[in-house]
Design a protein around this ligand. Sequence first.
Ligand code: NAD
Ligand code: DAU
Length: 366
Amino acid sequence: MILVTGGAGFIGSNFVLQWCAHNDEPVVNLDALTYAGNLTNLSALEGNDKHRFIKGNICDEALLASLFAEHRPRAVVHFAAESHVDRSITGPEAFVETNVVGTFRLLEAARAHWNGLQGAEKESFRFLHVSTDEVYGTLGLNDPAFTETTSYAPNSPYSASKAASDHLVRSYFHTYGMPVLTTNCSNNYGPFHFPEKLIPLMIVNALAGKSLPVYGDGQQIRDWLYVEDHCSGIRRVLEAGTFGETYNVGGWNEKANIDIVRTVCTLLDEMAPSADRMVVNEQTGKPVEHYAELITYVTDRPGHDRRYAIDARKIERELGWKPAETFETGIRKTVAWYLANQEWVKGVMDGSYRDWMAQQYENIRA
Ligand code: NAD
Ligand code: DAU
C-alpha cells in the first residue's frame, strides 16, 4: 500500500480519487482534518476497501511509528501542509509547525521504516514530497521560467516553510541515501478547491452577488495547472522518477489574475446567467447584469510575488509527462463542477462539512 498525507485536502483528495480509479494498491490516508481537510471530498470512496482514512497529525511521532509498523507502506506521498499564503501572513507559526516540523517527523518515521526493510522491499520504497513553485521566489516579466536549478528565494512565510521542507527532503537523500523525490508545481485549480483561494472564491462570490476582490493592480501572473494533471504528474514521478531529483510540474498557462477573474465571469455569464438566478449586487442592492461588474480592486497582499512560471521540460523529456487539459478546457470543467456541486460549496461555507466529518470520523473509528 501507499501512505498519503493530506489526502482530504484539495490536491490530496483529487490524488486519492485518481489513485483508486487507476491502481489496485490500497491507500492509507493520514490527515489532521484542519479547516482545509474535508472528508466529503472522498465520499465517492465510501465502502471502498482500497481507501483507509486515519485522522492524525504528521507531527505526531508515536502515531507515525505505529502507522509505518502496521501498514508497511511501499511509498509515501506527502501532501499535508498549511497551504494558503494569506494565512501564512497572519499566522505563520502553523506553517513552521506542519510544513517544517511535520515534514521532518514524517521523514524520520520513513527513514526508520526504510532502514528496517530489506531486499526488494527496500529497493522499491520511495518518499515523494509535494512542493510548490513559490520556493523559487518571483520573476520579472521577461525572465525565463523556473527550472529545477533556479535558486531558492522564498518570499512569504508559506513559501519559506515549503523551501525548508524541500531542503530537509533533499538532505535525507544526500546524507542517508533515502530514496526521495520532490515535485515543485505551479498553481492548481479544479474540483474541491477550498473557496478562499482565487478561482473558487470568485465563482462562489459572483453567484452570491458579493464583490470579487482583486489584490493590487491584478497584473500578478500565475501559471495554472488543472489539478488532475498535477495528480497524474505525481503518479508518473512516483513510478519512474530518479531518486534525489526534483521535477517541476506545470501547464504552460501563465495568466494575469485579472484575466483569470474576467474569464470566470464570462463563463458564469454563459453557464449561469445572473438574470436567471436573480443575482443582486450585495453592495448596491441592484440586479447584476454581468458578473464582471462585481470586480473590486483591494489592498495588495504584503510581499506579493509578481510572476511565477514553470519550465516543465524536464518531466516531459525524462518521464514523458504532459498535461492533458488546456486552460480553456480545465477552467470550463471547473466552473461546471462548482455549479453542479453547490451542496459541497454550501457545506464548506456554512461549516456543516465539519459536522458531517465528526459523525463520519466516528463511523470510521468504529
Ligand atoms: P490544502 O490546504 O487544500 O490541503 C492540505 C491538507 O493537509 C488538508 O486536508 C489538511 O487537513 C491537511 N493537513 C494540514 N496540516 C496537517 C497536519 N499537521 N497533519 C496532517 N494533515 C494535515 O492544500 P492543497 O492545495 O491540497 O496542497 C497540497 C500540497 O500541495 C501542499 O503541500 C502544497 O504546498 C502543495 N502545492 C499546492 C498547490 C496549489 O495550487 N494548491 C500548488 C503546488 C503545490
Ligand atoms: O504557486 C503555487 C501556490 O499556489 C501553492 O503553493 C499554494 O499552496 C496555493 O495556495 C497557491 O498560492 P497563491 O497565493 O498563488 O494562490 P491564491 O489562490 O491565494 O492566489 C492566487 C493569486 O490571486 C495571487 O496572486 C493572489 C491573488 N488573489 C488571491 C485571492 C484569494 C487575489 O487577487 N484576490 C484574492 O481574493
